[in-house]
Design a protein around this ligand. Structure first.
Ligand code: MYR
Length: 180
């Protein structure tokens, strides 16, 4: 690829990243207008993410030809690849629990929060709460129930953004109606 073509591609990627960031910002701003409490906005973002995750996993599995995960280490690797594929970032996987059932994703540069500053009265807002929802929804579709929450957030002045993911249980495959 020539240097000029390379430059054009990079500049187009930058434009789509910016557009994505700004669109997400408008979504959050609209929810803040529509809901009375910050807690409701947080819940709504999580719910939207969950619904996206339910659908996104199908696309991920089709594009990566993934096999079933046998443990949370494999699941963590797949989540990491999904972040690269859909958000263009590679969070690090860290802070495993002794039982290997809980880990953190450390996100150094969160594309959702570029250009964002939270005003003081919005300190309870979980601005990127769509992400825990996406992970929960996606994993539920492959019969893995998890809890996902923010431990740290750069937007709140922390040095990194840390998402914690805890395995809860394997879900039973749903049986077709009338069978048990
Ligand atoms: C399996 O065990 O059947 C495969 C597991 C695949 C897990 C895929 C997880 C995708 C998580 C999506 C996060 C996207 C965030 C932008």
């Amino acid at each position: 690829m020539s240097r000029q073509t390379q430059k054009n591609v990079e500049s187009k990627n930058k434009v789509s990243c910016d557009l994505f960031t700004l669109t997400y910002g408008s979504l959050v701003a609209q929810l803040i207008k529509d809901y009375d409490t910050t807690e409701d906005v947080n819940k709504q973002l999580d719910r939207m993410g969950y619904n996206i995750g339910l659908r996104l996993v199908e696309d991920f599995l089709a594009k990566t030809n993934s096999s079933r995960c046998h443990d949370m280490k494999e699941t963590a690797d797949k989540i990491q690849s999904a972040f690269k594929m859909y958000l263009g970032i590679s969070p690090s996987v860290a802070n495993w629990s002794a039982a290997n059932d809980e880990f953190s994703l450390l996100i150094d540069s969160n594309p959702l929060t570029e250009y964002v500053e939270l005003p003081d009265h919005m300190s309870q807002l979980k601005y990127s709460n769509i992400l825990p929802g996406v992970i929960r929804g996606a994993l539920e579709m492959v019969q893995i129930e998890v809890q996902v929450w923010f431990v740290q957030d750069c937007l709140k002045g922390d040095s990194t953004t840390e998402l914690r993911i805890k395995f809860i249980r394997k879900l039973e495959d749903a049986l077709p109606a009338g069978e048990d």
